[in-house]
Design a protein around this ligand. Structure first.
Ligand code: HEC
Ligand code: HEC
Length: 373
């Protein structure tokens, strides 16, 4: 389903129903919003293997301190278990680290949905942003060229000699391998409680209005009133990172804004109606990815369901569909059971993890500037 961020943003600002933007955005087949198994994309094994090594290699960060996998850890569903992420040494993050499982199937990326192009761009941003890995791509390329294992792997992958452009292709190829596997929901092995939960999810609780399709997201941003994480303002390292980001993104009055404005940075509507909208996250693999929401403010799935049951948070921009649900304690437990049934096998082990040590004691290349690989 290709629906532009802009149509999604403006129409939900009017509080229109899902069927309404379907009309504006052109025909959307019923299959698009149906819950169902994720379909694994094709991938090239040699390119994905190279992407895997790069993903686990700390030399992709400026001072070789962190890798993608430092924050996106396989045993935690490619998250880090923290409310707000760490960052390159000397700064701290301002958002919760999202799962990368099924991210290859998403329509747009980052928690505000600010990148709507492709994972090549997301990879570039993740490597170069000063609060992420703070790496100069040219330096990265020279580092990689000195490692004989990479020289061989780039060749085997059909990329020729190592280049930053190929890094940005190989990592997305690896991300294509991170697809949910054997969730009870897909395997048809859900408990009765989870089945009752699914009926509530698609019925009385109304969750499916936004959490639709195989990944259980419509890839649109809404405001559900998640409270601010006070750490973002009490920890100067986080506040600085946020302020620099907000300045760069053209957030009005950024020195005084005391909240994460979310998707407001995309269209900047003058009435501030996109403030506090965040992308609807996938609900797959939640078992591994606590704490929840863009700022990790909800610790457990019980907390999330209780939050929705109470009508979400308090925000002038809150989506009108988020309202008290009057679910009994049993119904809330059923909903949690359904959410849990959307998690499959952990994506750990050699198919997903680069397990060999990455040696850095390879011989120095004499006169390396003049040497062709
Ligand atoms: C310092 C921790 C950290 C590191 C290192 C890191 N990430 Fe992330 N990643 C995050 C956070 C936090 C977000 C959400 C950022 C936002 O919304 O602004 C994110 C978002 C993403 C997303 C978007 C997911 C989605 O559903 O929208 C992808 C894809 C991604 N990272 C891949 C990578 C890759 C590839 C690398 C290595 C090149 C990497 N990340 C390195 C913390 C990190
Ligand atoms: C109006 C659209 C909408 C509806 C309806 C909705 N959600 Fe959400 N959901 C969102 C958005 C947007 C977020 C992210 C909010 C944030 O991070 O600030 C979210 C976040 C979540 C998360 C956290 C996932 C994570 O990885 O952090 C869970 C779990 C969840 N919703 C479950 C549900 C359930 C269960 C229901 C029904 C009771 C429901 N949602 C109804 C839009 C919606």
């Amino acid at each position: 389903m290709k629906v532009s961020r802009f149509i999604g943003g403006s129409v939900s600002a009017l509080g229109a129903a899902v069927s309404c933007w379907a009309v504006l955005a052109g025909p959307v087949s019923a299959g698009d919003s149906k819950l169902g198994p994720v379909v694994a994309p094709e991938f090239d094994a040699a390119k994905a293997a190279l992407g895997k090594r790069l993903f686990f290699d700390k030399r992709l960060s400026g001072d070789a301190a962190i890798a993608c996998a430092t924050c996106h850890q396989p045993d935690k569903g490619f998250t880090d278990g923290l409310a707000l992420s760490e960052a390159y040494p000397g700064s701290k993050g301002f958002r919760n680290t999202p799962t990368l499982i099924n991210t290859a199937l998403a329509e747009n990326w980052f928690l505000d949905g600010r990148l709507g192009t492709n994972l090549n761009d997301v990879t570039r941003e993740s490597i170069t942003e000063d609060y992420s890995m703070n790496m100069d791509m040219r330096l990265m390329q020279e580092r990689i060229k000195q490692d004989p294992v990479y020289v061989q792997m780039f060749k085997d992958a059909g990329y020729g000699e190592p280049s930053n452009g190929s890094v940005r292709k190989a990592i997305p190829e690896y991300l294509k391998t991170l697809i949910s596997k054997n969730a009870p929901f897909d395997a048809g092995t859900m408990s009765d409680a989870a089945k009752r939960g699914q009926a509530l999810f698609e019925g009385k609780a109304g969750c499916v209005a936004c959490h639709s399709g195989p990944r259980l997201t419509d890839d649109m941003a809404y405001n559900i009133g998640v409270p601010e994480n006070p750490d973002l303002w009490s920890d100067p390292m986080r506040a600085m990172t946020w302020t620099a980001f907000a300045s760069f993104m053209g957030v009005e009055n950024y020195m005084n804004v005391r909240r994460d404005v979310g998707a407001q940075i995309i269209r900047h509507p003058a009435d501030g109606s996109d403030i506090g909208k965040f992308n609807t996250p996938t609900l797959r693999e939640l078992k591994y990815t606590a704490p929840y929401m863009h700022n990790g403010m909800l610790a457990t799935l019980q907390d999330v369901v209780a939050f929705y049951n109470a009508g979400g948070g308090d925000d002038p921009n809150k989506d009108p569909r988020i309202k008290p649900l009057n679910l009994s304690a049993d119904e809330q437990a059923d909903l949690v059971a359904f959410l849990e049934a959307l998690s499959g096998d952990p994506l750990t082990g050699p198919d997903y993890v680069w397990e060999d040590e990455i040696p850095t004691n390879y011989p120095v290349i004499e006169d390396w500037r003049e040497v062709a690989n």
